[in-house]
Design a protein around this ligand. Structure first.
Ligand code: CAA
Length: 387
């Protein structure tokens, strides 16, 4: 068993850490406060190659492994989770989905621009009445021969306002249930696409989450991903990798909170010594470090399974379930370590605590992860880790 990172992974970690601390940190509190979209920061992430890390160089991507991607997301998520979710959706859901299942035409026309970050993509599955129950799609795509007419409403869409390309799941034949769902590539400036107001959220406040309405949008058939009826499986397969990305985000949030709590506890004195020397605080740090280490093993292993071409559906769900719970639990503890200072924005931990919550909700709630894990267990008897 090899627990070391290779030279490329270490270089990615260093570059992402430097970028997060030097570029993202100075303005993160203000962006969060005013819900300001990080336009310049996303442009710089694109220049550094963070928007299409795993895409083949043939399509303008970085050609890196999933572990490098996870490590980069982890470092960025220690500081700015609006930037990390923009990056995660573009990489794991949009670029991955197109590269793995798109046609040459689709890759040529869309993937190239998405992988370089010239365009940003959105993944449009959730609806006002179809969140966890994702097969109940109300958005419809009527088959008109050489094109579809797309109508419906999508909710909670990350990159909803900034994206040029949407991957939209829609029902084309209700009688077929989930086998009648298709994924269509829609350009944001096509007639009939309307982007609603930006959501005012608890966390990841500067990322742009929107409702998007589609009214009789004409989508050429060549923009359908995969065979007729492949859309739901496409969404599930793509989300399986997306969940590793959100698990990495949660790991970064927990790690960022731990780093802040440790530094503060070494500086802050009470009863004649640094609070880190009081068992009440030292034991909190020990619990944080242990849980973060355990989460890291799950997250890195899920990425490794993906890199090895092995099944990662359950492993990704376990990583997200556990890492998001660690992020929530220990950001609360990190605020507690900071006392009153933890409750004010200047000290960064309250933002990480607010950001942590969404990792238990998006790309499948914790309850959905338990469905994925338990169904896998029942199908294959027992969960057997890869040797
Ligand atoms: N790979 C391939 N196929 C899969 C699959 C996977 N990982 N998971 C399920 N499928 C297939 C099943 O085999 C089945 O196909 P067959 O009938 O042909 O065998 C089909 O999909 C339906 O599967 P289920 O019967 O298991 O479906 P279900 O209705 O019971 O739902 C669920 C299962 C896991 C709850 C699923 O609906 C789900 O994942 N829901 C959550 C959706 C979600 O994660 N939404 C997040 C929105 S995106 C987002 O948040 C992005 C963002 O902007 C940040």
């Amino acid at each position: 068993m090899n627990f070391s990172l290779n030279e490329e992974q270490l270089a990615v970690q260093e570059a992402a850490r430097d970028f997060a601390q030097r570029v993202l940190k100075p303005g993160v509190i203000e962006r969060d406060k005013h819900m300001t979209y990080p336009t310049d920061e996303v442009r710089q992430m694109a220049e550094l190659g963070f928007m299409g890390m795993m895409v083949s160089p043939e399509y303008g991507g970085g050609g890196m492994d999933a572990l490098s991607y996870v490590i980069a997301l982890e470092e960025i998520s220690k500081v700015d989770n609006s930037c990390s979710v923009i990056m995660s959706v573009n990489n794991s859901l949009v670029c991955y989905g197109l590269e793995a299942y798109g046609t040459e035409m689709q890759k040529d026309k869309y993937l190239r621009k998405l992988a370089t970050g010239e365009w940003i993509g959105a993944f449009c599955l959730s609806e006002p009445e179809a969140g966890s129950d994702a097969t109940s799609q109300r958005t419809i795509a009527v088959d008109m021969g050489d094109h579809y007419l797309l109508s419906g409403t999508k909710n909670w869409i990350t990159n909803g306002g900034s994206s040029s390309v949407h991957l939209v799941m829609a029902q084309t034949d209700a009688e077929k249930g989930h086998r009648g769902i298709n994924c269509l590539i829609v350009e944001a400036d096509w007639e009939g696409v309307t982007v609603g107001a930006k959501e005012d959220k608890l966390g990841i406040r500067s990322s742009d989450t929107h409702t998007i309405m589609y009214t009789d949008v004409k989508v050429p058939k060549e923009n359908r991903i995969g065979d007729d009826g492949f859309g739901f499986k496409f969404a599930m397969k793509t989300l399986a990798g997306g969940r590793i990305g959100i698990a990495a985000q949660a790991l970064g949030i927990a790690g960022g909170a731990y780093e802040l709590a440790t530094a503060y506890s070494k500086e802050r004195e009470a009863f004649g010594k640094p609070i880190s020397r009081h068992q009440a605080i030292a034991f909190k740090l020990a619990d944080m470090a242990t849980d973060i280490e355990a989460a890291k093993m799950l997250v890195y292993r899920a990425a490794w399974l993906k890199d090895e071409g092995k099944d990662y559906n359950q492993a990704g769900a376990m990583a997200k379930l556990f890492a998001s719970s660690v992020a929530m639990k220990h950001t609360v503890e990190a605020v507690q370590v900071h006392g009153g200072y933890g409750f004010v924005k200047e000290y960064h931990v309250e933002r990480l605590m607010r950001d942590a919550k969404i990792t238990q909700i998006y790309e499948g709630t914790s309850e959905v992860q338990k469905i994925v894990i338990s169904r896998g267990l029942l199908k294959g008897d027992l969960y057997v880790p890869v040797e």
